[in-house]
Design a protein around this ligand. Structure first.
Ligand SMILES: Nc1nc2c(ncn2[C@@H]2O[C@H](COP(=O)(O)OP(=O)(O)OP(=O)(O)O)[C@@H](O)[C@H]2O)c(=O)[nH]1
Ligand SMILES: [Mg+2]
Length: 709
């Protein structure tokens, strides 16, 4: 393979909703570039990009794949990403290393939920964007509607470069407004014939061409003057103006395609080759410290890891972009996060599942290396002494929480380390141990994502796991003051126990006045580990209880608050005033007062109109407008409060507040309600009282569990 410098490398990422045709387009690009003599098909599992066993089994992409072509004087690195939102941990980092984003729209579906979600990842990256309206050969294709929806979502920067003369089965001609020519494709596609624009189309094509010239001119003053002088711009001038517009993101060129029938992809490649910016044209990356990392082969090396995979027989494989400098085998780089010194082994360039050895990689290029010690997705590796660290990647929050444990308890340790390794590949996975419920909880993006994790555990680590619904994190508190006393007495020979505690409890709130009629000798404010406050007052007079036993009483109270009297859920926001008691000179000790404190608190709690509270989540659901009704009905059946509905084009967004207890596996339900076209996010909002009848049922369930059968 020829060697390319940073001026002649272009990195493009294919983005778009599930099934929009990205993998088919990538395959067609390789074919157009002459790297394939035959195009594979997604359905047959024969594409270069969808190479993993899982992808072949499922018939869609589950991870990003790196390919490359040589097109005229450029090396074009192509990153094909999975459209399913559950795999956005693969997509987000790929956007970081791309120079241009190709947003593929399915002309059948127009702007989809998946398109909106991808767009939310593209926007903050501030990268040039090209729109590819694909599947124009499909009977349901509607170019104008798709274009209008794209304008709704992306705004006036949407710039028409081409339009199809027909759509559906008969699709085979494209009017190109930059070259003012008509491309006519034979059935099998590939190299089109160029023909003059038919008379019947002249008026429309001229009008759109004029709009395009003005769009190109507006991005560059010199061009604008030229345009005012001559009233026209030639193709090169327009290309300059369009590139400037792409860099300023005031211009998103729109191309027409049928990737499946290989119509239009050659022209798109040509545009990428002529107009899209190279790695070197891109603005410098910003380091954490605010420094600039210019894409140039001179300067100390900086490498950014955007993908990590674990392969059988090879182990860890890191995919990276050289952000600055050059990389050679044997070089030593420092991991900016961990400080680990990594010795770079054999360098490769990725080609789907294959990789080709190379002896050096220049700035702007994409490569892989195996067996690094602890480089993970999002890691920055830099030359010793240069201390550059690129910003960490913000991965989307998990949408599904499941408990996970090894089917064989002896394998818990093994499961723990296997999950940590899988998390290195896929940082969108969240792992936590819930001390309150004693559960390991894994946060994933959805059922398919969970299936991928289980597949890796079973196939790579030979681990069988059991998953379940995490317990809802209820909280308990009280609604009115109450008082109780408890005498703990055990004086049946040997060391006795004696303690008597009288206490008063009240609902606590910030700024509440001191308790009436009680002298407060000492106040202890406790921020409870499970949230909320305990305010513990020593109101003892006359030394009826020695100060040294107050911490014991507090311990007892906290023990009971940890597992509240109602359902064993943590209690919060209570003020306890210990105002009287008795002690015994010999038999009073720590344990006696702990028990007396615990019991007195429990008795008072049960008389204080105890309340069970449940976590309420703020939920944002995105659905195609034609499915809004079903999704609303389902949501209304979950004790939700609908805050509002709004939307752009065909995607509607519902904002609601829903009890967490009603959201178990909601992402799964939504997937089936919307055939995978809807998605949601949820964040904890606050605690609210549980409805009385539900409280009763939960308390009874708890009591049933408490009383051994
Ligand atoms: N008619 C028609 N079908 C197409 C075209 N492009 C892709 N398809 C079909 O659409 C389906 C999805 O294509 P993919 O290339 O897997 O789509 P994708 O965007 O990679 O999907 P994800 O990997 O899930 O993100 C396949 O059945 C393709 O054959 C096209 O231009 N026309
Ligand atoms: Mg795909």
């Amino acid at each position: 393979m020829k060697s390319y410098d940073e001026k002649h490398i272009k990195n493009i990422v294919l983005l778009g909703s599930h099934g929009s045709g990205k993998t088919t387009l990538a395959e067609t690009m390789l074919y157009e570039a002459g790297l394939l003599t035959r195009r594979g098909r997604v359905e047959d599992g024969t594409t270069v990009s969808d190479h993993s066993a899982q992808e072949r089994e499922r018939g869609y992409s589950t991870q990003c794949a790196c390919l490359h072509t040589e097109w005229r004087n450029y090396k074009i690195n192509i990153i094909d990403t999975p459209g399913l939102d559950e795999f956005s941990a693969e997509t987000v980092p790929a956007i970081q290393v791309a120079d241009t984003c190709i947003l593929v729209l399915n002309a059948r579906q127009g702007v989809e939920v998946g398109t909106e979600l991808v767009w939310e990842h593209v926007q903050p990256a501030e990268k040039p964007v090209i729109l590819a309206i694909n599947q124009l050969d499909h009977p349901g294709a509607d170019f104008d509607a798709t274009l209008a929806q794209a304008r709704d979502l992306l705004g006036p920067a949407v710039t028409v470069m081409q339009y199809p003369l027909e759509q559906g089965e008969g699709f085979h001609r494209i009017i190109d407004l930059l070259r003012m020519t008509m491309y006519v494709f034979k059935d099998e596609g590939s190299k089109p014939e160029k023909q003059p624009i038919p008379e019947a189309e002249r008026e429309r094509a001229d009008r759109l061409h004029k709009e395009l010239v003005e769009k190109a001119a507006e991005n560059d003053e010199r061009l604008m003057e030229h345009y005012f002088d001559k009233g026209e711009l030639d193709e090169d001038e327009m290309s300059q103006g369009l590139r400037a517009g792409m860099m300023q993101r005031s211009c998103y060129p729109v191309f027409c395609l049928s990737a499946l029938r290989n119509m239009g992809s050659g022209r798109l490649m040509g545009f990428i080759d002529n107009v899209a910016p190279s790695a070197m044209d891109m603005p410098p990356a910003c380091s954490d410290a605010g420094g600039e990392v210019l894409c140039a082969s001179s300067g100390p090396a900086v490498v950014y890891v955007f993908k990590t995979a674990t392969e059988a027989h090879t182990g860890r494989v890191n995919y990276f972009k050289v952000m600055r400098g050059e990389l050679r085998e044997g070089q030593e780089l420092v991991n900016a996060e961990t400080g680990t010194v990594e010795r770079i082994g054999q360098l490769f360039i990725p080609e789907g599942k294959e990789r080709k050895p190379v002896d050096r990689l220049v700035a702007g290029d994409i490569g892989t290396v195996i067996k690094l010690k602890d480089a993970a997705t999002g890691s920055t590796l830099h030359a010793k002494g240069s201390g550059v660290r690129l910003p960490a990647i913000a991965f989307p929050a998990p949408r599904l929480q499941r408990t996970m444990r090894a089917a064989d308890t002896k394998e818990e340790e093994k499961l723990h380390s296997a999950l940590l390794e899988i998390q290195q590949e896929d940082p969108s996975i969240q792992l936590r141990y819930n001390r309150e419920t004693g559960e390991r909880v894994i946060g994933i993006m959805g059922e398919i994502h969970l299936g991928m994790v289980e597949w890796k555990l079973a196939n790579r680590y030979k681990l069988e796991v059991e998953t379940g619904s995490p317990k809802v994190a209820y909280r308990e508190t009280i609604r009115k003051p109450a008082a109780a006393m408890h005498r703990h007495k055990k004086q049946t020979g040997g060391s006795g126990q004696f303690a008597e505690v009288h206490l008063r409890i009240e609902p606590w709130h910030e700024g509440m006045p001191a308790p009436a009629g009680l002298p407060v000798r000492h106040t202890e404010q406790v921020d409870l580990p499970t949230g909320g406050k305990l305010v513990f007052l020593n109101c003892i007079t006359g030394g009826v209880i020695d100060n040294r036993f107050m911490p014991s009483i507090l311990k007892g109270v906290m023990e009971k608050m940890e597992q509240g009297p109602l359902t064993g859920s943590p209690a919060r926001d209570i003020r306890v005033a210990v105002h009287d008691g008795k002690m015994h000179t010999v038999d009073s000790n720590d344990i006696s007062f702990r028990i007396a404190g615990l019991m007195a608190f429990r008795e008072a709690f049960n008389q204080a109109d105890p309340l069970l509270m449940e976590p309420i989540h703020e939920v944002v659901v995105r659905v195609p407008e034609d499915l809004l009704g079903d999704v609303m009905t389902d949501l209304q059946g979950r004790r939700s409060i609908i805050l509002g509905i709004d939307g752009t084009g065909r995607v509607q967004t519902i904002k609601a507040q829903v009890p967490a207890a009603e959201l178990d596996r909601y992402s799964t339900r939504l997937r089936s309600l919307t055939q995978g076209r809807g998605t949601h996010t949820e964040v904890f909002l606050e605690y609210r009282p549980v409805p009385a009848e539900l409280q009763q049922r939960l308390v009874q369930d708890h009591q049933r569990q408490e009383v051994p059968a």
